[in-house]
Write a new protein. Structure first.
Length: 639
């Protein structure tokens, strides 16, 4: 989902754009958490875990001017264990009139725990399938979710639904947790004939008239979780577009309030361009056999219902965010609410990529700066949720953590891996047959990124996803001989859960003649000294000018000391247990190394810059370093 935001005239892209982006992310998350601020008791219902749903036929009768629903839900399911009853999540406020299996009426109970419990006519063995039909009606509750809303726009009635994360049960009997996607659905909406209905998927046939009523049928043939099933009904104007490229073209169908259509149409015209960008960066639109589109509704933001995003307005970034969910959230859905960043952080980053590709580097940098400012406004907080946090809608849809920090983690991963590996890893993740049109957990994504990186990313994910906070860097720089500069990197952490944030650190250097170069400090420990090849004498330095890192109040200073080769030659680590490294300018050649104990005896000789001192006794030792520029004397401690 995405938060609403106001479009301001961009008088200064570096300032005003960043402010607008900040409002955007916060507003999107606000809409997606749907004003449910209390700690929710709704979790995975253990009473629904003994079956898998394969098909729903949802038949609704309604009038957009009246908050009331009459429904018939036909559900085909397969038993996971032997069953004698089946339980659906179902709001107490709704009333079941009958339950059938074929022509047989079944006994049922609606308890006070928002459950419908149906007694099967005979025990159902594990692996067997059955179909039940539930008939019900009532006024869906308003309990903080607003999952089923009846209201007006310009004096016209409208009904729309929005079930994320826990609201599907408020308007139909379902299994609403995240562990069971339905293979396919058919939705039939019967309403007064003057209204247009919209739902997931496509219309296999024209609406059927029956007196003053009209029944519209939608079929969706891809796996879908209960919370992404939605419909809306009002006096829409329809605007058709085309997405994709031959032979993979597909319809884009937009359902817009008539009073807004003239102003909205130019905004909607961005939709095919954004789809084309995502298809270029990732893969073909995942539901190209059906449609993409939008339906206007009254909530303050947007919601990524599969194949049709529900939107309050149609600015480009809202369109981009909800569209991004079709890949990350709808095709591959987070397997638990603890992994919500796989939905929201990814959709946020895809919308950021629209800024990068459509508006340029400066706008992208301003966008990232706004997210970093949000993330570092509080010293703690992880991307990945705890069990307790995963029942709190405010925490699930935290704009600072699930959205902004999740997106910036992807930016840092991209910087660490490089564009080629990063985007290939994203493509591989989307194409994984074990995940596609199913569910993913954070380790599934990590494994794909490690495969393209060729090394472990455990340290990265521990620091930036599972643990909390961010670093503040203090870096000292100095010209260090011909064609080199020395950097000493120190870091403090905002939260004790991370002992050190290991990350390549980008630095931009400038020369007196206007030269500019970007260098990367591959920093892993505090106080690390790094000598970098530079093509000119450095006169000024910048820390992370393109905002690749989550960091706060970081500084980098350039010293003006005269170059001294004696100081340029260093030994580290000091103290050491095993190996002693000799660091010197690249213009200096090493001839021989001689190590003495504290009584002046030669105990080791070598000709390399990496010396194995593990056999030496503990204590202080002295080292003569013979070079092409002379002999230099150092001392070190053997532990």
């Amino acid at each position: 989902m995405k938060k609403t935001y106001l479009l301001w005239l961009c008088l200064s892209i570096s300032v005003v754009f960043a402010q607008n982006k900040q409002r955007s992310t916060a507003a999107i998350a606000e809409s997606e958490l749907k004003a449910a601020s209390q700690l929710l008791s709704v979790q995975v219902n253990p009473n629904t875990q003994n079956y898998d749903i394969t098909y729903h036929k949802l038949e609704f009768t309604l009038n957009p001017t009246v908050k009331f629903i009459t429904g018939k839900i036909t559900t085909t399911f397969t038993a996971v264990t032997n069953m004698i009853t089946i339980t659906f999540d179902f709001a107490n406020a709704l009333t079941t009139s009958s339950v059938k299996m074929g022509a047989t009426n079944l006994a049922f109970t609606e308890n006070n725990n928002n459950e419908l419990i149906i007694t099967l006519p005979t025990p159902l063995a594990a692996g067997s399938s059955a179909t039940v039909e539930v008939n019900y009606s009532g006024v869906p509750p308003s309990n903080g979710f607003d999952a089923f809303v009846q209201t007006t726009h310009n004096n016209s009635g409208i009904i729309w639904t929005l079930s994320e994360p826990f609201g599907a049960r408020d308007w139909w009997p379902c299994k609403q947790d995240l562990n069971d996607k339905i293979d396919s659905i058919d939705v039939f909406i019967t309403a007064p004939a003057q209204y247009l209905s919209v739902a997931n998927g496509v219309e296999p046939e024209a609406p059927v008239m029956n007196g003053t009523s009209k029944t519209t049928h939608f079929h969706h043939g891809y796996p879908i979780p209960a919370y992404l099933i939605a419909f809306a009904c009002t006096n829409y104007t329809v605007y058709n577009q085309t997405g994709g490229t031959p032979p993979n073209e597909y319809p884009i169908i937009n359902y817009i309030y008539p009073e807004d259509f003239a102003s909205v149409q130019p905004q909607l015209d961005e939709t095919p361009n954004i789809l084309a960008l995502y298809e270029t960066l990732f893969e073909l639109y995942p539901f190209h056999n059906e449609k993409y589109g939008h339906a206007q509704f009254g909530w303050g933001g947007g919601m990524e219902h599969t194949t049709v995003s529900f939107m309050v307005g149609f600015d480009r970034q809202l369109i981009a965010h909800e569209m991004g969910h079709q890949w990350f959230g709808d095709k591959i859905t987070c397997g638990t609410w603890k992994d919500i960043w796989l939905n929201e952080g990814f959709a946020t980053y895809l919308a950021d990529l629209v800024i990068e590709n459509f508006d340029g580097v400066d706008a992208f940098v301003a966008d990232k700066a706004a997210m970093i400012s949000s993330i570092t406004s509080v010293p703690n907080g992880a991307v990945y949720l705890t069990d307790n946090e995963a029942t709190n809608v405010n925490r699930i849809f935290s704009s600072r953590l699930s959205y902004d920090k999740g997106a910036m983690v992807l930016e840092m991963l991209r910087f660490k891996l490089g564009d080629t590996a990063f985007f290939q890893g994203m493509k591989n993740y989307l194409a994984d047959p074990a995940l596609a049109y199913g569910y993913a957990l954070t380790p599934n994504f990590q494994a794909h990124m490690e495969a393209v990186y060729g090394a472990s990313l455990t340290e990265f994910f521990n620091d930036w996803v599972y643990h909390q906070g961010y670093p503040t860097y203090t870096i000292a720089a100095q010209n260090w001989g011909a064609g080199q500069a020395k950097f000493v990197v120190n870091q403090t952490q905002s939260d004790a859960s991370v002992s050190y944030f290991e990350m390549p650190v980008p630095v931009r250097i400038h020369g007196a003649g206007g030269q500019v170069a970007d260098v990367v400090l591959n920093n892993t420990v505090n106080g690390e000294e790094l000598i970098i090849e530079v093509p000119f004498v450095v006169t000024s330095v910048e820390f992370d000018p393109e905002r690749h890192l989550i960091a706060q109040n970081s500084t980098i200073t350039l010293g003006n000391e005269t170059f001294d080769l004696d100081h340029a030659i260093a030994v580290y680590p000091n103290p050491t247990n095993d190996y002693l490294q000799i660091q010197m300018p690249s213009t200096t050649a090493l001839d021989k190394v001689r190590v003495y104990n504290n009584i002046g005896q030669v105990v080791l000789e070598d000709t390399t810059s990496s010396i194995n001192v593990s056999s030496l006794s503990a204590g202080v030792h002295y080292i003569d370093i013979q070079t092409s520029e002379g002999v230099y004397h150092k001392k070190f401690i053997k532990r």
